[in-house]
Design a protein around this ligand. Structure first.
Ligand code: 13P
Ligand code: SF4
Length: 330
């Protein structure tokens, strides 16, 4: 039998696109012809968000993947998201425009090392953030996202011992908010861990009325300064409902597209990071382009495959997350 890595092999599509084609029209046509749905994360390019049937945070995207009646799911996001869709809808064809769209956070937790880590805490329940591989989900008891992590921990008995991985920043935030002691895996996201407290402080002096919005994958020093902390959907909703006119946004810059679209009169400023390119782009998310999305729908490749024995184990903690979320009204 093929190994998991071999099954995840890359299919190269080297194809010229006719420059006279209107890709928006072509994608719409192919979607209807093939009964396909495009699910896109807020960190995708604006063009991709505009052509998507559904845009959302990780929880919303999982809920859509579980209930869609399309034959093909084109996942405009990163690999772990498309894998989650495949696990929830194993009989559907799940496509990812660029198979190399990975995630530094998922990579920071190799399943064989996590398995050894977990063995040190045999009486602990394992909660894993959805930003991890299918193999890691298969080692977990409950999956969570940034929008339900606190609710899921609070739904468990107070004396329940818990391992939380792979994001140490989200884990520390959940521990702080719930008052629970969580055993944390030492992983982090390359985009969210480099925001600069000093540069944000200076920006706040320039924009004294601006609200600071932060994703819980950010480090504690940034979260401490934030006016609102939440998932991408949470940040978007807050920016639309709040009466402030200026917002400093400490998460991947793709979310600014929807914020600006929903609130044309408001000003959104990306929080400055401590890196040379001074941008908040996730290099993995930004591998997907409208051209790759078109080719992927046209050629029905690259496709996501997850071995049956992994699906069997990984689906349980994801379904548990969806059940708890539904009971919490999320
Ligand atoms: P949410 O959209 O669930 O907040 O997740 C953010 C993220 O890091 C996705 O990679
Ligand atoms: Fe992974 Fe961070 Fe990119 Fe999200 S933003 S896909 S967590 S590397």
């Amino acid at each position: 039998m093929d190994t998991f890595e071999e099954i995840k092999r890359e299919v190269f599509v080297e194809e010229e696109i006719d420059p006279t084609l209107d890709l928006f029209e072509e994608i719409e046509r192919l979607k209807k012809e093939k009964n396909a749905v495009i699910l896109a994360h807020y960190y995708q390019d604006g063009d991709i968000q505009d052509i998507a049937d559904y845009i959302g945070d990780s929880l919303g995207l999982s809920q859509q993947a579980a209930k869609t009646d399309a034959d093909i799911i084109v996942f405009a996001g990163v690999h772990f998201m498309a894998e989650t869709a495949k696990i929830l809808s194993p009989n559907k064809k799940v496509l990812l425009p660029d198979l190399k769209a990975g995630c530094s956070l998922a990579d920071s937790c190799p399943p064989h090392l996590f398995k050894k880590f977990k063995e040190q805490y045999p009486d602990h329940l394992v909660i894993t953030y959805v930003n991890c591989t299918a193999e890691l989900k298969a080692l977990s008891d409950i999956v969570c996202t940034s929008s339900n992590a606190i609710g899921i921990v609070e739904s468990l008995p107070k004396d329940q011992k818990i391992i939380f991985g792979p994001d140490k920043n989200l884990g520390a935030y959940v521990a702080k908010k719930t008052g629970r002691e969580l055993v944390l895996w030492n992983g982090a996201c390359m985009v969210h861990e480099i925001f600069s407290r000093e540069k944000i402080t200076k920006l706040k002096e320039r924009y004294p009325n601006a609200k600071l919005l932060a994703h819980p994958e950010c480090e504690d020093v940034i979260l401490e300064m934030a006016d609102y902390i939440g998932s991408t959907t949470g940040l978007l909703n807050y920016s639309s409902k709040n009466e402030a006119n200026e917002f400093i946004v400490a998460t991947e810059s793709g979310i600014l597209h929807q914020m600006q679209k929903e609130n044309p009169g408001k000003t959104f400023i990306p929080a400055p990071p401590n890196n040379n390119c001074a941008c908040n782009d996730c290099p993995h998310m930004k591998r997907n382009t409208l051209e790759k999305l078109y080719l992927c729908l046209k050629n029905e490749t690259p496709e996501i495959f997850v071995p049956g024995h992994i699906i069997e184990r990984a689906v349980k903690p994801i379904e548990r997350m969806l059940e708890i979320s539904a009971s919490l009204g999320l």
